[in-house]
Design a protein around this ligand. Structure first.
Ligand code: 8GP
Length: 839
């Protein structure tokens, strides 16, 4: 018996047991195992940092097992699968989220306790992966959580930036940017896949072969190497993958001869070029080199992802399942997160035609029934346009394909809608109207090639249909859809506010709201209940105290936890109007100073907090950051006022900071110029956490207000449909500023907040023309109604019982804004995919 030959199956890795929620002892042993055998640090130490890495590796064991099972299951069932392609993901910390989703939080807390640590401290050792910038990136991460939780066959693709988005430091100069080295001590969550490598070409030329086939040859050849980050669903075995690509040069390209001849740098030339590609997210694109680098990033992401998708499609129908390309779009759906992954379109065409030998028509049918596009902004500067010359040089074959798509589009319009022919100059993909700078319009390429185009909130989708893409909409009315954004209730309530979650579960008598957020409406019936109100207020206070401690640690400023916590956190942009906020704070400061001592007694103490990163080259946004900090300096150090008003700039805002700030917030600001914020998602997180919103009728605010009731929302400002009219009136010199607005600007000009030159910032509010000038964002226009809404906030806060009731109703009305709802709609209405749960 001992001599039987080793069979195929005995080469499979034998299964092993993994931690269960009841098994703190086993968990502790597993953590200890990793501390001993993959120590990364001096093995004699078991400080929090070492404990974090060992704990993460122990969790990773479970994730890998589930992830393999999920993959094997998908492989067997071969369902239609969605691929979400995004330049950004803002994942946040993974440890607490993973053990929460796995239901192992208590087991890990107990195990760490046995080992002399507390879970909270260990969790805090983890760095936020800096793979994203703003709302679009965080949305992608919420979507992955929902896809996994809903057992959907889905996969995310992104890039593995070494530094990602910068780290923000606040100094006397304002914002300063530093490289964020999130990989300094490696990431325990990524698994490098040396078996998943694809060739990536840049530059070169297109050869026409004797049979007329075209082939892209020559140029620079690099490789994309895959790293997988497992994404566990909540209370399910399904664990999907975020696959991120790193550029590298093929090892044989290291020039050993040059190196030995002393030309060390030349020898590694291609390696160096490869490293630049994934060095940072959104490298400055003011120079030609910068532009080229961004296009390289986009192409690497698209090409590697599509080669991977095609390989998987083929692999799943090997041997017994001969395949037809016509089946491709019944098995594959590709979602482009904004225009950054647009090159997926010509790349899929190229792979199908040049590599797989399909004809144009067949390739076009497959491509256009596979890809879909989500638009996330109507801001003109964010609608990407690439120089035709740069594109033709870097990607000659793709440029040919894009030109052909454009040509066929023109022919189609001529045939089916000749009335639109005079609109072709704005509808076409190639725009050569400026002969010095002909460009490729990526959004038009997306709309023309996608089977579905969606906006991210009802108002935004209407603007796409009626304004930005109006003519396309008249050509293809069924192509346009709305998918109102959502956020994952796991990270954004269940895990970031355990206090409030416990109360919700107690009153609803179930914790099923975590995966069925509509159940929160059940809280409405208790909104007047004194007992619930007391518990609710206590949870809020605990969250405020926790955040106050954090703020004291990072800024040194002492915060009164009894003051109203008023928060605005998001990227700094003129349209988001952090300037409106700080101008009104200045007004408040000035008025408090004018009050008598007796009158001061009646004032509502407030802590106004702002946080967010300004893009490194966006000067106006950086001036806003500086102003907030300068105002804080003066106000916080003014003894007459500082017990009634504090102004804090929260440095280096990221997902982890948001998880502390949002549960602590009582009022949050979503005050963009109407029509300009596509959706917003932090508004949803704040509402979900019982923070009341002061806001305009913009983006998803509109729908949030409908859901939670207009009495629970502090509304102000111009409506989207009036914005163009107001801008026009302004140009005609018909705008009369409110005297309070003038008073505030004069106060800044007086030098009260230091000698920094605020001229350019204040000038943006003057004059009468143009984007970014002449108060294009209507700060002056909305100032008076904003001040009135702020007075209503103070008034409401004086009645604490009523305020708490509004807070409860805010949470109760937030069910619609679960990303589970959003993702289910994408799955049913765009991707046409179904759940595929691992048994
Ligand atoms: C954001 C929108 O500004 C925000 O309203 C929306 O909620 C979010 O996308 C998710 O849909 N857009 C971006 O983050 C964005 O356009 N980023 C560009 C830098 C790429």
């Amino acid at each position: 018996e001992n001599s039987v030959s080793i069979s195929e199956s005995s080469r499979e890795i034998p299964p092993i047991a993994h931690p269960t929620p009841e098994d703190a002892f086993g968990v502790a042993a597993n953590i200890q195992y990793h501390a001993h055998y993959s120590p990364h640090f001096s093995p004699s130490k078991f400080e929090p940092e070492q404990a974090f890495f060992s704990t993460a590796e122990s969790v990773r064991d479970t994730l890998i097992q589930r992830w393999n099972e999920t993959y094997a299951h998908f492989h067997k069932v071969d369902p239609k699968q969605t691929y979400y392609i995004s330049m950004e993901y803002l994942q946040g910390r993974a440890l607490s989220n993973a053990i929460g989703n796995l239901g192992l939080t208590d087991a890990y807390a107990a195990a760490l306790y046995k080992l002399g640590h507390d879970l909270e401290t260990i969790v805090e050792q983890e760095k936020d992966p800096a793979l994203g910038n703003g709302g679009l990136g965080r949305l992608a991460s919420c979507f992955l959580d929902s896809m996994a939780t809903l057992n959907l066959p889905a996969w995310g693709y992104g890039l593995r930036y070494k530094y990602g988005l910068f780290k923000q430091k606040i100094t006397a100069k304002g914002q300063e940017e530093y490289a964020e080295d999130w990989l300094e001590k490696f990431s325990p969550w990524e698994i490098v896949r040396h078996d998943v490598v694809y060739p990536i070409r840049f530059f070169g030329e297109v050869l026409v072969e004797s049979d007329g086939k075209r082939k892209w040859v020559g140029g620079e050849q690099l490789q994309a190497l895959a790293y997988d980050i497992p994404i566990p669903g909540y209370k399910t075995k399904n664990t999907i993958s975020l696959r991120i690509w790193e550029a590298r040069s093929p090892p044989q390209d290291f020039d050993l001869y040059a190196f030995n001849a002393g030309k060390h740098i030349n020898a590694a030339d291609l390696q160096f070029k490869a490293q630049q590609i994934c060095a940072v997210l959104y490298p400055g694109d003011e120079t030609e080199e910068g532009k080229l680098l961004r296009l390289k990033q986009q192409y690497l992401l698209c090409s590697a992802s599509l080669q991977d998708i095609l390989a998987r499609f083929k692999e799943r129908r090997s041997k017994d399942k001969p395949f037809l390309w016509a089946e491709f779009s019944k098995k594959v759906s590709v979602q482009m997160n904004d225009t950054h992954p647009t090159l997926a379109i010509p790349e899929l065409m190229r792979l199908l035609m040049d590599e797989e030998g399909l004809g144009w028509d067949e390739a076009w049918t497959i491509t256009s029934s596979t890809v879909a596009y989500t638009n996330h902004t109507v801001l003109p500067e964010a609608l990407e346009k690439w120089s035709q010359a740069v594109m033709a040089k870097l990607l000659p074959r793709h440029f040919e394909i894009i030109a052909e798509i454009d040509k066929q589009f023109h022919a189609l319009v001529g045939k089916i809608r000749p009335d639109l022919e005079d609109k072709l100059s704005s509808l076409s993909i190639l725009d050569s109207s400026n002969p010095d700078k002909p460009v490729v319009r990526m959004a038009n390429l997306c709309v023309i090639s996608s089977h579905t185009v969606n906006g991210v909130a009802e108002l935004h989708s209407d603007i796409l249909k009626k304004e930005l893409f109006a003519d396309f909409n008249s050509l293809w009315p069924t192509k346009f859809q709305n998918k109102t954004n959502g956020v994952t209730p796991r990270r954004w309530l269940r895990f970031c506010s355990p206090e409030l979650s416990t109360i919700i579960t107690k009153w609803l008598r179930t914790d099923e709201w975590v995966t069925n957020l509509d159940l929160l409406t059940g809280l409405r019936q208790f909104a007047d209940d004194k007992q619930l109100q007391t518990e609710w207020a206590a949870a809020k206070t605990a969250n405020k105290q926790r955040f106050a401690k954090y703020l004291q640690d990072v800024t040194g400023i002492e915060v009164d936890s009894n003051s109203l916590f008023d928060i605005q956190i998001k990227r700094i942009h003129e349209y988001k109007r952090q300037l409106l906020n700080i101008l009104s704070v200045i007004y408040r400061y000035k008025k408090i100073k004018e009050l008598s001592k007796g009158e001061q007694m009646k004032a509502v103490p407030r802590t106004v907090m702002l946080g967010g990163k300004a893009f490194a080259t966006y000067a106006q946004a950086k001036r806003i950051v500086k102003l907030v900090n300068d105002v804080g300096q003066v106000v916080n150090n003014d003894r007459d006022v500082s017990h009634l008003l504090k102004v804090i700039f929260i440095p280096n805002y990221n997902v982890t900071v948001a998880e502390l700030a949002i549960p602590a917030s009582e009022l949050s600001q979503h005050i963009s110029t109407a029509g300009m914020e596509a959706s917003g998602t932090s508004n949803m997180k704040f509402a979900l956490n019982g923070s009341l919103i002061i806001g305009t009728l913009d983006g998803a605010n509109v729908e949030i207000r409908e859901e939670i009731g207009k009495n629970n929302f502090f509304l102000f400002g111009a409506r989207a449909e009036d914005v163009p009219i107001l801008r026009k009136q302004r140009e005609e010199g018909k705008f009369v500023p409110d005297p309070r607005f003038e008073e505030v600007k004069d106060f800044i000009r007086s030098g009260k907040f230091g000698d920094y030159d605020y001229g350019p910032l204040l000038e943006s509010l003057e004059g009468n023309t143009g984007y970014g000038r002449g108060d294009y964002f209507l700060v002056g226009q909305d100032f008076p109604s904003y001040l009135e809404a702020q007075s209503k906030v103070d008034e409401a806060y004086r009645n604490q019982a009523h305020w708490i009731k509004m807070s409860i109703l805010s949470t109760a009305g937030s069910g619609k804004f679960s990303s589970d709802r959003t993702i289910l709609q994408y799955a049913q209405e765009i991707w046409k995919i179904q759940a595929c749960p691992v048994p």
